[in-house]
Design a binder for this molecule. Structure first.
Ligand code: AMP
Length: 539
């Protein structure tokens, strides 16, 4: 199956209009960077709003918190200072995570009070918060029961109970607590249950507690293209950008597509990737159609090294030369995974897909692998030694080509002059390679070397650079600043004087960024024109 059309196009704005949801919720969702409802949200939100009970088979990582959180907040009566929604979670970590997400979702509604209650936290703090009046309580069953027995939590006005990760709660022996807790609430409340598995114990609690529940599953079997090599790189989140940079270098990928789950992540990552010297652009729902066409043109023409996108924005991208797809974030649904990696290996070519994962996220990835019927091969992040070796290899290829082309007379004279100073030709050649590879560059963030030596300490010294475009091309200072800032990640503020001549432009840049700017801008275009960039010798 070619996975081009499997995900229905639906932005959050459409869902909000369709369901008549509160604008305050829409603002919050947009600020959280969500662009489109995940499949579990698309399926659950309308049904929960109808008041139906739900049994959803969904993992953490699929967006299930917002799937019940959005309708719960939508249906909340803020003026009624009573607990209206109770969410039970197996662990304090999940309780904290869920209440954090609900607080963000209700941020613009003003008076919504979300109180987490879990063991391990001093009960006095929780007593105080509950006494002030809570609309939504998120807690572990043991501590919820504790509060009910003390009379510090009342469920007389409860409208909805959510059992999050119900299978985990049952495994932990909370069944009795859960049933006792629900007995404190009115009989006719709406019940929502999420569980990764559908075990007999789950079915038994469902049959006992729920009324004709709507079964929501997202376990549709999806298949991937056999021509795509799929790898897994286990690195800490903070090392993912470095890993992309090294993988691009070592495997000599020319064109890559990076997927993130939110538009905010797309924008943040673009800054980091640009700062490493890659020609980068972004695609997400906030980009206008005109902007999108421009980005796609650059991508198709090979003017970009990396395009960063959200799932919905990248739908239908059909560029045959995409060498690699990176899953910066683990996709929230197996179908997303299949669609993402299907952007490479097109037009009969083979492709590579690399997914980053670490810690708790590994569980989500396991689920995706199972559903998509794939087995990702773990590979390590390339070491700096490998990066340097591949740079050296690239350099050597370039050197051999240059030797074969000839025209080296003047350069040979320079080298001969240097040998008179006591250096051997081998030493001189090695120094040239080192200089070219930039391997003396100081480590960047995370103690690693960035692709083009960005992030080096800035100095106040400036260097004048020559750009081979000028008045003839109708260049204005803004074009130069915009191109440098956009392509290299160097801040526009740090760029000094700009003098525009008929056929060239001189630009003062911080000396410690000059090499980086030359390298990146020499691969880029200004106003659609390729430029030559070098240090202005007269400067
Ligand atoms: P959950 O499955 O609820 O634990 O959600 C996993 C992660 O996905 C959380 O960080 C959420 O903030 C995020 N998330 C939830 N819904 C969306 C969405 N529609 N788009 C992007 N990210 C989302």
């Amino acid at each position: 199956m070619r996975p081009d059309s499997i995900i229905p196009i639906k932005y959050y704005s459409m869902l909000f209009t369709e369901l008549g949801l509160r604008t305050e919720l829409e603002t919050a969702v947009s600020e959280m960077g969500f662009e489109a409802p995940t499949p579990v949200q698309q399926k659950c939100i309308p049904v929960i709003l109808e008041g139906r009970d739900i049994m959803g088979q969904a993992q953490t990582g699929t967006g299930k918190t917002a799937a019940f959180g959005i309708p719960a907040i939508q249906m909340l009566d803020q003026n009624e200072k009573q607990v209206q929604t109770l969410i039970m979670c197996p662990t304090r970590e999940l309780a904290v995570q869920v209440s954090g997400e609900l607080i963000k979702l209700s941020k613009h509604l003003g008076k919504v009070s979300v109180v987490p209650v879990y063991g391990g936290q001093p009960i006095e703090r929780q007593l105080k918060a509950l006494k002030k009046g809570a609309h939504i309580v998120v807690g572990t069953p043991g501590r919820v029961m504790d509060h009910l027995k003390r009379g510090t939590l009342k469920l007389d006005n409860l409208k909805m109970a959510v059992l999050d990760e119900a299978d985990e709660m049952l495994n932990m022996g909370f069944r009795e607590d859960i049933e006792d807790i629900l007995a404190y609430a009115p009989d006719d409340i709406q019940k929502v249950m999420f569980s990764a598995t559908n075990t007999p114990a789950i079915r038994s609690i469902m049959n006992k507690q729920m009324k004709d529940p709507e079964m929501i599953t997202i376990d549709k079997q999806v298949s991937t293209d056999p021509d795509i090599e799929q790898y897994l790189v286990e690195v800490r989140d903070s090392m993912r950008t470095e890993a992309i940079s090294r993988l691009m270098d070592v495997h000599d990928f020319k064109l890559g597509l990076i997927f993130c789950n939110t538009k905010r992540q797309v924008d943040d990552l673009a800054q980091e990737i640009k700062a490493r010297g890659f020609a980068t652009d972004v695609l997400h729902g906030d980009i206008s159609q005109g902007g999108r066409d421009k980005v796609m043109r650059r991508f198709r023409n090979g003017d970009l090294d990396l395009l960063i996108a959200t799932d919905v924005a990248a739908r239908g991208i059909d560029v045959s030369s995409v060498d690699v797809v990176f899953n910066f974030d683990i996709p929230q649904d197996p179908e997303y995974y299949v669609h993402r990696i299907g952007r490479t290996g097109r037009a009969g070519r083979s492709g590579t897909a690399i997914t980053f994962s670490a810690g708790r996220k590994k569980k989500n990835l396991k689920f995706i692998q199972k559903q998509a019927g794939v087995n990702l091969i773990p590979i390590p992040m390339p070491s700096m030694k490998e990066v340097e070796a591949s740079r050296a290899e690239g350099l050597m290829t370039g050197i051999v080509e240059t030797l074969e082309k000839g025209g080296l007379k003047t350069w040979i004279e320079h080298v001969e002059n240097m040998t008179e100073h006591g250096y051997s030709p081998v030493e001189i050649a090695a120094a040239c390679m080192k200089l070219q590879a930039g391997s003396e560059e100081t480590p960047a963030v995370n103690g690693s070397v960035s692709k083009n030596g960005a992030h080096q300490p800035s100095s106040s010294a400036m260097t004048s650079l020559f750009f081979s475009v000028g008045k003839k091309e109708k260049i204005r200072p803004g074009d130069i600043v915009g191109a440098i800032a956009g392509e290299t990640g160097v801040s526009g503020d740090s760029i000094g004087e700009i003098e525009i001549y008929p056929k060239h432009t001189l630009v003062d840049v911080p000396s410690d960024q000059a090499k980086h700017i030359i390298k990146v801008m020499s691969r880029s275009a200004i106003k659609g024109k390729k430029v030559r960039v070098k240090v202005d010798e007269k400067g």
